[in-house]
Ligand binder design. Sequence first.
Ligand code: ADP
Length: 302
Amino acid sequence: MSVKVTNLVKTYGTQKVLDNISFEANKSQILGFLGPNGAGKTTTMKIITGSLMPDSGKVFVSGMDISSNEIETKRLIGYLAEHNPLYQDMYIREFLDFIASIYKINDKNKKINQLIELTGLGKEQNKQIKQLSKGYKQRVGLAQVLIHDPEVLILDEPTSGLDPNQLREIRNVILETGKNKTVIFSTHIMQEVQALCDRVIILNNGRIVADESIDKLENYVQHTLRSVLVEFETKINISGLKALSSIREVERISENVFKVKGIDDKQIKRDIFDFAKKNDYLLISIHNENIDVDKVFENLTH
Ligand code: ADP
């Protein structure tokens, strides 16, 4: 099952939101759609799912033009929108039963049980949707879009706003469900793409600036500066921090908080620990910031 997009153009007023986008996604492949907010990811996804018309260009799902095979192609697609509306007062099973009825699924209970198992909803299955955490609501959304067994999954920022544990779990669900499907998955976080995708398309200002295998992207990422955010308890000697060999840039965020950048974030942390110990400074916190997509673009486009 493949998704082929050719020469998509979409404008809102005078703004060209998609400027001649073409790409193809294939079966058993998780294709990451990466780009900063406003790049055109959601617009592309809405067009692929048939919920928005492009000004020009075509989308083919399994070789069928979606504009002339609307019902057949919609059957093949599961779309998890960025702000997926759920009926908050419904219980999980009640909601999935309702969705299964819309799709006229035979043997609804069997299907619902399978999906509850697959998406890890088991221990929460007797709750109302409004009682669930964001991560669990997202699982309900995934179960919802999988109910008609679609061959193509379009997931718009499915991991946004989740905590690290929820992130890991949702990633596993996506990896598991993606095994026999074509998955297109959008995010603005580089690490998400690295964790999940085989291939990545980077969108910026409505244009594809890169269409690469994940290995190639890793190469670019390795040459992108990492940011580490560090907080000391007291005032420190900034020139001492700047002098550490692993650090290329130091930006003061507030009195005792600094953003430092360099190629090797592990070495940066080691150097900062040594620096703190040597000078008897107390470290309050030290952690990596997400890799800045814009910086990777810079590397890619140069
Ligand atoms: P992304 O998903 O990458 O964050 P979007 O596809 O949502 O980007 O948006 C791309 C651009 O299109 C943004 O500048 C956004 O403001 C604009 N846009 C999206 N939908 C509309 C709309 N209905 N009317 C006007 N502008 C829109």
